[in-house]
Ligand binder design. Structure first.
Ligand code: BGC
Length: 419
């Protein structure tokens, strides 16, 4: 059948109208309100997807008038998602809500005028006292609060394959870098990859853990606000230790995402991996039970934290739907549904630890009692510009091994971005 141009344009217009009305509900007054709520994250697989699914199921109960639309872009730490998001925001095409880390990363969006003030919703939903004060401070600028936190993750965790460790004679995880090097030697002698590692941002995580061991919590925190100098002897020592650690890692690290390094552990080809505690959820989702966990050697009682939060972007197509999503994210039921599957702990202070798997129960106790330091690889410590500069410095060091150049790059990045 051949249609005239005018008829085919009219057919397309009717089809578009029909498509639009399926995404809208009538309010009875002849106007329609959007139903779809596009939630933009990088939680596409494994434990991350399981956590998101938990939240979506609670959203289905709380917000039955709205429809969740999955805008996830795969790639650990948002390596791909953040680029897609930046270009959508620049083009005036925001999703209804997106994932942003509490702290300096969130401040970037606030400073760019890309997200709305949620102070009134905090009052309305009774959230003001639901979260720890320190976290609220990380979400607040000039007295206004801009996002709803879903969780607290811990970054400085060492995961191990228990059977591989036992076969190398390791029965207890090391608590100092020196003891760790000795264990890595034992693993090397067994012919496995002693320390599984991935691309740039996972390298930055490992380096941050070494910095915590060599500088301690207070000086480490000073690296991000100008209080600690990056050209100090402590940082040089950390670079030396990190360089030695790299000799125990897989040489194809720059091509690996965190899940590829995790697979070495699951397959019995790797001994240890430093990664955030989304790994607990991911190993569980993949039904791998033979794992150990401990704080990174030498980090002692330091809890390196980050928090995923959700925002209302300026110009979001469905702000009412977004508010319903945000209310679920901040609710006790939403936080439980999400965090039991995500490996993180609730940001709310009223959650019952007994409802969580063993790993999270330990993390809930540590979060309350340990020294808290932020993460640059996951946006709580540093802006996106600072993070980008450090990721590329780590990636470069991974291939050229030039320690002097690495320290110079760190100093340059800090002089541009640390505040
Ligand atoms: C996010 C986590 C996520 C991890 C790995 C972090 O930046 O905060 O929610 O699981 O990246 O993708």
């Amino acid at each position: 059948m051949r249609l005239t141009r005018r008829v085919s344009v009219a057919v397309a217009a009717v089809a578009a109208l029909l498509a639009a009305t399926t995404a809208c509900s009538s309010d009875g007054g002849g106007t329609t309100a959007p139903k779809d709520v596009e939630v933009f994250t990088w939680w596409a697989d494994g434990g991350e997807k399981a956590g998101l699914d938990g939240l979506v199921s609670q959203f289905g109960t709380d917000c039955a008038n709205f429809t969740f639309v999955n805008g996830a872009v795969a790639g650990g730490a948002g390596a791909n998602a953040k680029q897609v998001l930046a270009s959508r925001l620049a083009q005036g095409d925001p999703p209804d809500t997106f994932q942003a880390h509490a702290g300096a990363e969130l401040n970037d969006y606030i400073a760019a005028g890309q997200i709305e003030d949620l102070s009134a919703q905090y009052q309305e939903w009774g959230l003001t006292n639901a979260f720890p004060k320190g976290l609220i401070d990380n979400l607040t600028v000039d007295g206004k609060i801009y996002s709803v936190p879903a969780n607290i993750h811990r970054a400085n965790v060492l995961w191990g394959n228990k059977a591989v460790l036992a076969s190398a004679g390791i029965t207890q995880d090391a608590t100092s870098l020196d003891a760790f090097f000795a264990d890595l030697e034992k693993l090397k002698a067994k012919g496995v990859t002693p320390l599984a590692l991935g691309r740039d941002w996972t390298q930055l995580m490992l380096f941050e853990s070494v910095l915590i061991s060599d500088l301690g919590a207070a000086k480490f925190t000073g690296l991000w606000n100008g209080g600690t100098k990056w050209d100090s002897a402590d940082v040089t020592k950390a670079i030396t230790d990190y360089q030695k650690l790299l000799t125990y890692t897989n040489t194809d690290r720059d091509t690996f995402d965190w899940t590829d390094a995790e697979k070495l552990i699951m397959d019995g080809k790797g001994g240890y991996q430093l990664m955030g505690d989304w790994e607990a959820a991911d190993l569980d989702a993949k039904k791998f039970t033979g794992y150990s966990y401990s704080v990174f050697p030498g980090n002692g009682n330091t809890f390196q934290w980050l928090a995923d939060s959700f925002v209302l972007p300026k110009g979001a197509p469905n702000p009412e739907g977004t508010k319903c999503w945000l209310k679920t994210v901040g609710s006790a039921a939403g936080q439980q549904a999400f965090n039991t599957k995500k490996g993180s702990i609730p940001a709310r202070t009223d959650a019952a630890a007994s409802a969580f798997p063993a790993y999270q129960q330990a993390a809930i106790a540590d979060w309350k009692s340990q020294a808290q330091v932020p993460s640059c690889a996951h946006g709580s410590a540093c802006s996106q510009g600072f993070q980008g500069a450090l990721n590329s410095a780590m990636g470069k060091f991974s291939s050229d091994g030039n320690a002097t150049a690495l320290q110079a790059a760190l100093v340059a990045a800090a002089s541009q971005f640390a505040k």
